[in-house]
Design a protein around this ligand. Structure first.
Ligand code: NAD
Ligand code: TYD
Length: 350
């Protein structure tokens, strides 16, 4: 039985991944999360009494706490989701992105190295215990922006444009260095934009569903023609599971579902599904440094590891809209209090 440390498991993708792992494997899952504004234990209510699941409120930058966890739970696998994840917030307040996303990653790697090396005191030894692995959950945003054509491959040079993507690219570089220098058994996954249940409503799809439902304006940045490559979160979780079990040590895997959509298309689809009027759309000032287009070439993971997405975008978005409509209480709890302060501040000049 594996002992898997999932970090950031109270967030959007992390909580979906905890559900996925408990459903598909008989592993112990130790979820650590510092519960920032984005961490929500309501996402995990249905598993909190599962004897294979433990939650601990811990910051990934807290070396002492991480060390205790490795000791107590005999951790053999780390899947690092914990991060500051919102581009707009990284424009307002970049520093926390660097400390959490970069220093937090390095802290996890460092503690894992200490526990997993066969001879931890020999700095030249690259021998690790059998079956250990560190998986860094990264993003396609590290590659920067594409023009009208082309796709991101694992070999595409990193060219991040926002403080968020710069911090994720930096973390990837640290993970790479721990592999090259210390021989750490690592993988990096770089996924496109996710959608699905439990996503914090500062991100495009849940924000638009929530606003549309209550007849509020739908703030579309710039001309709305920016393109993202959308993947259902459960396909992302499946891909991470695949890389965890089959990924070749030291390799990077791009994850994407070949679902390129312009933002405005998605907004109009949500309006149509909810039976509202396009007059709700409000074109607002563009995000500074806004990446125009992302597209993932997923050839490596599909041909080498046999992963493929199960959801079509049409099915995934229909289910997702339905989920947010059926989970009003979940949304209402988040969108009271601090969220409104964020929202008013973010969109007041729009
Ligand atoms: P999220 O913001 O919903 O969740 C992040 C979680 O990390 C939250 O629960 C938060 O409380 C926790 N956290 C933040 N700082 C922490 C710290 N210092 N210590 C411990 N926990 C901390 O983000 P998400 O959308 O679920 O993204 C998860 C990961 O996947 C991130 O690393 C992100 O870069 C990556 N990713 C996201 C997407 C996407 O479309 N959302 C796409 C590709 C990759
Ligand atoms: P977002 O969900 O923040 O993800 P990312 O910036 O990581 O791709 O945004 C997705 C796209 O939607 C992006 O091009 C910005 C755009 N967007 C809007 O047009 N209006 C909004 O209110 C938000 C939050 C995003």
């Amino acid at each position: 039985m594996k002992n898997v440390l999932v970090t950031g498991g109270a967030g959007f993708i992390g909580s979906n991944f905890v559900h996925h792992m408990l459903k598909n494997h008989d592993y112990n899952i130790i979820n650590i999360d510092s519960l920032t504004y984005a961490g929500n234990l309501d996402n995990l209510k249905d598993v909190e009494n599962d004897s294979r699941y433990t939650f601990l409120k811990v910051d990934i930058r807290d070396r002492e706490a991480i060390t205790e966890i490795f000791e107590k739970y005999d951790i053999d696998t780390v899947v690092n989701f914990a991060a500051e994840s919102h581009v707009d917030r990284s424009i307002t307040d970049p520093e926390i992105f660097l400390t959490t996303n970069v220093i937090g990653t390095q802290t996890l790697l460092d503690v894992a190295k200490k526990f997993w090396k066969v001879n931890p005191d020999d700095k030249y030894s690259t021998e690790y215990k059998e079956g250990v692995k560190y998986l860094q959950v990264s993003t396609d945003e590290v590659y920067g922006a594409l023009g009208k054509t082309g796709m991101f491959m694992e070999t595409t040079p990193l060219s991040p444009n926002s403080p968020y993507s710069a911090s994720k690219a930096s973390a990837d570089m640290v993970v790479r260095a721990y592999h090259e220098t210390f021989g750490m058994p690592v993988n990096i996954t770089r996924c496109s934009n996710n959608y699905g249940p439990y996503q914090f409503p500062e991100k495009l799809i849940p924000l638009m569903i929530n606003n549309c439902k209550s007849g509020k304006q739908l703030p579309v940045y710039g001309d709305g023609m920016q393109i993202r490559d959308w993947l259902h979160v459960s396909d992302h979780c499946n891909a991470i599971d695949t890389v965890l079990h089959k990924g070749v040590i030291g390799e990077i895997y791009n994850i994407g579902g070949n679902n390129e959509k312009a933002n405005i298309e998605i907004v109009k689809l949500i309006i149509k599904t909810l039976g509202k009027d396009e007059s709700l759309i409000k074109y607002v000032k563009d995000r500074p440094g806004h990446d125009r287009r992302y597209a993932i070439d997923n050839t490596k993971i599909t041909t080498q590891l046999g992963w493929a997405p199960k959801y079509t975008f049409e099915q995934g978005i229909a289910e997702t809209i339905q989920w947010y409509l059926e989970n009003e209480e979940w949304m209402d709890k988040i969108t009271s209090g601090d969220y409104m302060k964020y929202y008013d501040n973010m969109y007041k000049k729009a």
